[in-house]
Unconditional design. Structure first.
Length: 269
């Protein structure tokens, strides 16, 4: 117990998370290596999480809750800790997404973040971050997907380009698993995925998202160069993007045909 870094739980959500984790681990009398074996990770990773150097993933947080018999305590704390590492320019998007009753996404380049598996996310973000920063960015993106698991999740309509489906991202097996994940999501009643075929013409070269809210006017977000984007709340501009979305959707495959295409790409990349 000596020579341990003193934790400052009030410093940040990450620090509070680490403080709680150390407290529960100490209560059970487990060393970091012993605890790491129980949750199937490296002891060094437990040390980084406890000292606030690294943010735990949602999956790890669920494992912590299970082993300590807690009611989603670490899962809830993880969402707060992950949000801290989100760049300031992207936080309006996350807030729009968090309170939206419906979300419409078009992305010509990638499978949208809300539908990404961790390996796919890591491969996408690998060019922007490295080391612990990369893992934090991955955790933050995956944490956003918690809205899909709420008792009343938003209705989600995603238009993804055929090119994005066929574009190899990460290891071949990871890409195949990502496509399988899309098929699983498409079975949910609140999620519709439609593919914009390569034969479609004249659609927006930029990804954008439309958000509908229960008590607030609709809003939008347009991706920009180098990841920086633009938040939009003006009614006229949001309406222009809504029309653009409808035009793109008119050229997309039906939900049923999209599922068949995703399956075909997965089986024959």
């Amino acid at each position: 117990m000596t020579n341990r870094k003193k934790l400052q739980p009030a410093e940040s959500a990450k620090s509070h998370y680490g403080h709680r984790l150390r407290k529960y681990r100490d209560k059970h009398g487990w060393s970091q290596p012993q605890f790491a074996e129980k949750v199937f990770c490296a002891g060094d990773l437990i040390s980084k999480i406890e000292t606030g150097v690294k943010v735990a993933t949602p999956d790890m947080s669920r494992r912590f809750d299970k082993i300590f018999n807690l009611d989603e305590e670490f899962e809830d704390l993880q969402a707060l800790a992950a949000e801290e590492v989100i760049p300031g320019w992207f936080r309006p998007y996350v807030e729009f997404e968090r309170v939206a009753t419906s979300i419409r996404v078009f992305d010509p380049l990638h499978i949208p973040g809300l539908l990404q598996e961790e390996p796919y996310t890591r491969a996408i973000l690998n060019s922007r971050y490295d080391g612990d920063k990369l893992e934090e960015a991955v955790s933050a993106r995956v944490a956003r997907q918690a809205i899909l698991h709420r008792k009343r999740p938003p209705w989600v309509l995603v238009l993804v380009s055929e090119w994005a489906l066929r574009r190899p991202v990460g290891a071949p097996e990871a890409h195949r698993e990502q496509l399988g994940h899309l098929l699983d999501l498409a079975r949910r009643l609140n999620i519709t995925i439609q593919v914009v075929p390569t034969s479609a013409k004249d659609f927006s070269p930029a990804a954008f998202t439309l958000f509908s809210h229960k008590e607030e006017p609709d809003s939008a977000y347009v991706d920009g160069v180098n990841g920086f984007g633009l938040s939009i709340t003006q009614h006229e501009e949001v309406e222009t993007l809504r029309v653009e979305f409808d035009l793109i959707r008119a050229s997309a495959l039906s939900a049923e045909d999209s599922i068949e295409l995703i399956r075909a790409v997965m089986e024959n990349p």
